[in-house]
Design a protein around this ligand. Sequence first.
Ligand code: 4NP
Length: 158
Amino acid sequence: MVKQILMICLGNICRSPIAEAVMVDTISKAGLSNEWKVDSAAIGGWHVGNSPDQRALSTMKKHGLPYKNKARQITSKDFNEFDYIFGMDDENMSDLESRAPAGSKAKLLMLGNFGLEKSDRIIEDPYYQRGDAGFEKAYQQCVIACDAFLKDAVANKL
Ligand code: 4NP
């Protein structure tokens, strides 16, 4: 059975598109593309229908990751369709926990809890930061975390 992953952040134009693209790439490099599906969505509706922030797109391009999706907002249905829903920070996690319908299927996990040092486990919002350093940092965190998550998932440790 195909397992489904949903990457979540506040706006779905900075962190979660990067996390989505990195997870797709990690799965592809592991030869597991037939077994996993990956999507992303927002907590808020401000950017629905928009492409990612230019800085997110250029960070993905720089690392050879294609990206075509547009922002969408999470729905209550998502909590029963996806197996794993990842937030990027503590605020995302509390928003996800309060929106999850009772008894829904998805495991709610913070992405940075996989493979990152405790002091580095928050994937910070780079939207209001000047320049693109925060986007590169988010990308680097996602590479480590996606790899660590997939290894745990394949080893049935989740
Ligand atoms: P993201 O960044 O959650 O990483 O996509 C943000 C993008 C937009 C807004 C907030 C965070 N905003 O308030 O519009």
